[in-house]
Design a protein around this ligand. Sequence first.
Ligand SMILES: [Zn+2]
Length: 199
Amino acid sequence: MLDTDQLIICEHCDCVYHKVPLKKHQKALCQRCGAVLQRYNGMTLQQRLALSITAGVLWLMANFYPVMSISLKGLSNSATLWDSVLALADGPITFIALVAAISIIIAPMFQLAILIWVLGFALASKRSPGFITFMRWLESLRPWSMLEVCLLGAMVAVFKLAGLLDVLPGIGLFALAILSLLMIRIAGRDIRELWDALP
Ligand SMILES: [Zn+2]
Protein backbone atom coordinates (compact mmCIF):
# COMPACT_ATOMS: atom_id res chain seq x y z
CA MET A 1 0.00 0.00 0.00
CA LEU A 2 1.14 3.51 -0.79
CA ASP A 3 2.30 5.51 2.20
CA THR A 4 -0.12 8.43 2.13
CA ASP A 5 0.78 9.95 5.52
CA GLN A 6 3.26 12.37 4.00
CA LEU A 7 0.93 13.60 1.29
CA ILE A 8 -1.41 16.57 1.52
CA ILE A 9 -4.31 17.31 -0.78
CA CYS A 10 -5.60 20.76 -1.74
CA GLU A 11 -9.21 21.01 -0.58
CA HIS A 12 -10.08 23.40 -3.39
CA CYS A 13 -8.63 21.76 -6.50
CA ASP A 14 -7.58 18.23 -5.38
CA CYS A 15 -3.91 18.73 -6.30
CA VAL A 16 -1.63 16.45 -4.23
CA TYR A 17 1.66 17.54 -2.62
CA HIS A 18 4.31 16.22 -0.25
CA LYS A 19 4.07 17.79 3.21
CA VAL A 20 6.90 20.17 4.09
CA PRO A 21 8.09 21.22 7.55
CA LEU A 22 7.20 24.91 8.01
CA LYS A 23 9.03 27.57 9.98
CA LYS A 24 7.47 30.38 12.02
CA HIS A 25 5.10 32.66 10.02
CA GLN A 26 5.35 30.36 6.98
CA LYS A 27 2.48 28.83 5.05
CA ALA A 28 2.33 26.48 2.10
CA LEU A 29 0.20 27.53 -0.88
CA CYS A 30 -1.27 25.39 -3.63
CA GLN A 31 0.60 26.12 -6.86
CA ARG A 32 -2.45 25.47 -8.98
CA CYS A 33 -5.17 27.49 -7.20
CA GLY A 34 -3.31 29.53 -4.58
CA ALA A 35 -5.28 28.15 -1.60
CA VAL A 36 -3.51 27.66 1.75
CA LEU A 37 -2.42 24.02 2.23
CA GLN A 38 -0.62 24.24 5.57
CA ARG A 39 0.09 26.98 8.09
CA TYR A 40 2.82 27.01 10.70
CA ASN A 41 1.33 26.17 14.06
CA GLY A 42 3.62 26.46 17.03
CA MET A 43 1.10 25.16 19.56
CA THR A 44 2.01 22.12 21.62
CA LEU A 45 -0.57 19.59 22.79
CA GLN A 46 -0.34 20.97 26.33
CA GLN A 47 -1.03 24.51 25.15
CA ARG A 48 -3.96 23.38 23.02
CA LEU A 49 -5.45 21.41 25.90
CA ALA A 50 -4.97 24.34 28.31
CA LEU A 51 -6.70 26.69 25.86
CA SER A 52 -9.53 24.18 25.38
CA ILE A 53 -10.15 24.00 29.13
CA THR A 54 -10.04 27.83 29.31
CA ALA A 55 -12.56 27.92 26.46
CA GLY A 56 -14.76 25.48 28.41
CA VAL A 57 -14.81 27.86 31.40
CA LEU A 58 -15.57 30.80 29.06
CA TRP A 59 -18.40 28.78 27.48
CA LEU A 60 -19.92 28.33 30.96
CA MET A 61 -19.56 32.06 31.66
CA ALA A 62 -21.05 33.01 28.28
CA ASN A 63 -24.04 30.78 28.98
CA PHE A 64 -24.74 31.52 32.64
CA TYR A 65 -23.90 35.22 32.88
CA PRO A 66 -26.00 37.88 31.14
CA VAL A 67 -24.82 38.95 27.70
CA MET A 68 -26.36 42.37 28.26
CA SER A 69 -28.57 44.23 30.69
CA ILE A 70 -30.99 46.94 29.64
CA SER A 71 -32.81 49.43 31.81
CA LEU A 72 -35.35 52.17 31.22
CA LYS A 73 -36.93 54.41 33.85
CA GLY A 74 -36.01 52.15 36.74
CA LEU A 75 -37.09 48.92 35.05
CA SER A 76 -34.28 46.60 34.16
CA ASN A 77 -33.88 43.30 32.38
CA SER A 78 -30.96 41.07 31.47
CA ALA A 79 -30.59 38.12 29.13
CA THR A 80 -28.22 35.19 28.79
CA LEU A 81 -27.59 33.31 25.54
CA TRP A 82 -30.06 30.68 26.65
CA ASP A 83 -32.72 33.35 27.37
CA SER A 84 -32.32 34.63 23.81
CA VAL A 85 -32.93 31.13 22.42
CA LEU A 86 -35.99 30.69 24.66
CA ALA A 87 -37.33 34.09 23.57
CA LEU A 88 -37.01 33.00 19.93
CA ALA A 89 -38.75 29.70 20.72
CA ASP A 90 -41.74 31.61 22.12
CA GLY A 91 -42.24 33.52 18.89
CA PRO A 92 -43.55 32.36 15.51
CA ILE A 93 -40.11 31.20 14.32
CA THR A 94 -39.38 28.22 16.58
CA PHE A 95 -37.19 26.61 13.91
CA ILE A 96 -34.78 29.56 14.07
CA ALA A 97 -34.54 29.02 17.84
CA LEU A 98 -33.36 25.48 17.21
CA VAL A 99 -30.75 26.62 14.68
CA ALA A 100 -29.60 29.35 17.08
CA ALA A 101 -29.33 26.88 19.97
CA ILE A 102 -27.25 24.51 17.84
CA SER A 103 -24.92 27.16 16.43
CA ILE A 104 -24.27 29.24 19.53
CA ILE A 105 -24.61 26.74 22.39
CA ILE A 106 -24.72 23.07 21.44
CA ALA A 107 -22.12 22.83 18.61
CA PRO A 108 -19.42 24.78 20.54
CA MET A 109 -20.16 22.68 23.65
CA PHE A 110 -19.62 19.42 21.75
CA GLN A 111 -16.50 20.82 20.04
CA LEU A 112 -14.97 21.72 23.40
CA ALA A 113 -15.93 18.45 25.09
CA ILE A 114 -14.46 16.44 22.22
CA LEU A 115 -11.28 18.55 22.11
CA ILE A 116 -10.67 18.13 25.84
CA TRP A 117 -11.35 14.38 25.62
CA VAL A 118 -9.16 13.74 22.57
CA LEU A 119 -6.32 16.04 23.69
CA GLY A 120 -6.33 14.61 27.23
CA PHE A 121 -5.50 11.18 25.82
CA ALA A 122 -3.13 12.65 23.22
CA LEU A 123 -0.99 14.03 26.07
CA ALA A 124 -0.31 10.43 27.07
CA SER A 125 0.44 9.66 23.38
CA LYS A 126 -2.70 7.58 23.16
CA ARG A 127 -5.71 7.68 20.89
CA SER A 128 -8.82 8.26 23.01
CA PRO A 129 -11.69 5.77 22.86
CA GLY A 130 -13.75 6.74 19.81
CA PHE A 131 -10.84 8.80 18.41
CA ILE A 132 -11.79 8.28 14.74
CA THR A 133 -15.46 9.15 15.26
CA PHE A 134 -14.65 12.20 17.39
CA MET A 135 -12.08 13.54 14.92
CA ARG A 136 -14.69 13.30 12.17
CA TRP A 137 -17.25 15.03 14.41
CA LEU A 138 -14.85 17.92 14.92
CA GLU A 139 -14.84 18.40 11.14
CA SER A 140 -18.63 18.12 10.87
CA LEU A 141 -19.33 20.45 13.80
CA ARG A 142 -17.06 23.27 12.60
CA PRO A 143 -19.48 24.79 10.04
CA TRP A 144 -22.31 24.65 12.60
CA SER A 145 -20.43 26.53 15.29
CA MET A 146 -21.13 30.23 14.68
CA LEU A 147 -20.11 32.02 17.85
CA GLU A 148 -18.54 34.90 15.93
CA VAL A 149 -21.85 35.54 14.13
CA CYS A 150 -23.62 35.59 17.50
CA LEU A 151 -20.99 37.97 18.88
CA LEU A 152 -21.46 40.37 15.96
CA GLY A 153 -25.24 40.22 16.42
CA ALA A 154 -24.96 40.92 20.15
CA MET A 155 -22.61 43.85 19.54
CA VAL A 156 -24.92 45.35 16.91
CA ALA A 157 -27.82 45.00 19.40
CA VAL A 158 -25.80 46.73 22.15
CA PHE A 159 -24.94 49.67 19.86
CA LYS A 160 -28.46 49.98 18.40
CA LEU A 161 -30.21 49.82 21.77
CA ALA A 162 -27.72 52.18 23.39
CA GLY A 163 -29.51 55.14 21.76
CA LEU A 164 -32.89 54.16 23.20
CA LEU A 165 -32.19 52.52 26.55
CA ASP A 166 -29.45 52.22 29.13
CA VAL A 167 -27.49 49.23 27.89
CA LEU A 168 -24.76 47.54 29.86
CA PRO A 169 -22.70 44.78 28.21
CA GLY A 170 -22.54 41.82 30.61
CA ILE A 171 -19.82 39.37 31.61
CA GLY A 172 -21.40 36.93 29.13
CA LEU A 173 -20.60 39.25 26.21
CA PHE A 174 -16.93 39.56 27.18
CA ALA A 175 -16.71 35.79 27.68
CA LEU A 176 -18.36 35.28 24.29
CA ALA A 177 -15.87 37.62 22.60
CA ILE A 178 -12.80 35.82 23.99
CA LEU A 179 -14.40 32.42 23.40
CA SER A 180 -15.03 33.19 19.70
CA LEU A 181 -11.37 34.11 19.22
CA LEU A 182 -10.17 31.03 21.12
CA MET A 183 -12.39 28.71 19.08
CA ILE A 184 -10.80 29.94 15.85
CA ARG A 185 -7.38 29.10 17.30
CA ILE A 186 -8.11 25.70 18.87
CA ALA A 187 -10.86 24.13 16.78
CA GLY A 188 -9.49 25.05 13.34
CA ARG A 189 -8.34 22.66 10.66
CA ASP A 190 -4.88 22.25 12.16
CA ILE A 191 -6.38 19.84 14.73
CA ARG A 192 -5.91 17.32 11.87
CA GLU A 193 -2.25 17.16 12.92
CA LEU A 194 -3.43 14.72 15.62
CA TRP A 195 -3.85 12.07 12.93
CA ASP A 196 -0.08 12.25 12.31
CA ALA A 197 0.84 12.66 15.97
CA LEU A 198 -1.11 9.54 17.02
CA PRO A 199 -0.57 6.91 14.33
ZN1 LIG B 1 -5.43 23.94 -5.09
